[in-house]
Design a protein around this ligand. Structure first.
Ligand code: SAH
Length: 209
C-alpha cells in the first residue's frame, strides 16, 4: 500500500498534470505521505486526492502540494519559508527538504500539536510549528523568501507582501466558492501578480481553535 511502486505512481500522476521540477518530484517521492494521514486511510495515502485529517480539515491533494512547491522554488532565495495552515504537516515536510528553515502556523491546537510531534518523529528539525492565527503572517520572523497559504483567503492578503524579501513569492488561493491560485512576486520596483488555475481549499478562518 505504501510501497515504492505506489509512490512512483503518485509521482507519475503529478508529472502528467504538468509539474516537472525534478527537485519537487524527488522530494515528494521520498516524504512518506501515509505517515500524515490516519492509519485507516493509509491505503489511499498515495492517491492524488485530498483526504480528511479531522476537525473538518484536509491534507491537500499531492498535485497541488507539488504545484505550490514548484512555484515556491521560483523565489530568488530558499532560506526562510512561511506556511499558513500546517494541517497535518505534509506540505511543511516537503518544504523542509528544499528550504533552510520552515515556519508553519496552524490555528487548530490539536492539529498543530500532532503535526509538531510527527515532524519531530521524522527528524525534520528545521520546521518550526506555531499554534497561532496566521492571517497576519509572522512579523517577528519576517522577511520570508516564500509565504505559502494552504487555505483560501476571501480577499488578496496585501499585508503579507510586506513580509516578503526582495524576489520573494506569496502563493495563495483566493476566493469563496470559486477559488483561484495566485502568485505575487516582490520586486525592486513593485509587485507582479499572476492569476493561475482554479483550485479548491478549505477557508482561511480568523482566531484560534
Ligand atoms: N498544509 C496542509 C493543508 C492544510 S489544510 C497539507 O500539507 O496538506 C489548511 C489548514 O489551514 C487547516 O488545518 C486549517 O485549520 C488551517 N487554517 C485555516 N485558517 C488558518 C489561520 N488563520 N491560521 C492558521 N491556520 C489556518
Amino acid at each position: 500500500m505504501t510501497s515504492a511502486r505506489t509512490r512512483s505512481r503518485m509521482i507519475d500522476r503529478i508529472k502528467q498534470l504538468g509539474v516537472e521540477d525534478p527537485r519537487v518530484l524527488t522530494v515528494m517521492g521520498h516524504v512518506p505521505r501515509h505517515v500524515f494521514v490516519d492509519e485507516a486511510l493509509s491505503h489511499k495515502a498515495y492517491d492524488d486526492t485530498a483526504l480528511p485529517i479531522g476537525y473538518g480539515q484536509t491534507i491537500s491533494q499531492p498535485y497541488i502540494v507539488a504545484r505550490m512547491t514548484e512555484l515556491a522554488l521560483g523565489a530568488a532565495q530558499h532560506e526562510k519559508v512561511l506556511e499558513i495552515g500546517t494541517g497535518c504537516g505534509y506540505q511543511a515536510a516537503v518544504l523542509s527538504q528544499l528550504f533552510k528553515t520552515v515556519y508553519s502556523i496552524e490555528r487548530i491546537a490539536q492539529l498543530s500539536k500532532a503535526a509538531r510531534d510527527r515532524l519531530n518523529q521524522l527528524g525534520l528539525r528545521n520546521v518550526r510549528v506555531r499554534h497561532a492565527d496566521g492571517s497576519l503572517g509572522l512579523p517577528d520572523a519576517a522577511p520570508f523568501d516564500v509565504i505559502l497559504i494552504a487555505a483560501a483567503a476571501p480577499i488578496v492578503p496585501e499585508d503579507l507582501i510586506d513580509q516578503l524579501s526582495l524576489g520573494g513569492r506569496l502563493i495563495f488561493p483566493v476566493g469563496g466558492e470559486d477559488q483561484e491560485l495566485r502568485l505575487i512576486e516582490r520586486q525592486e520596483d513593485g509587485v507582479i501578480e499572476t492569476r493561475l488555475e482554479k483550485v479548491r481549499f478549505v477557508p482561511l478562518l480568523p482566531g484560534l481553535a
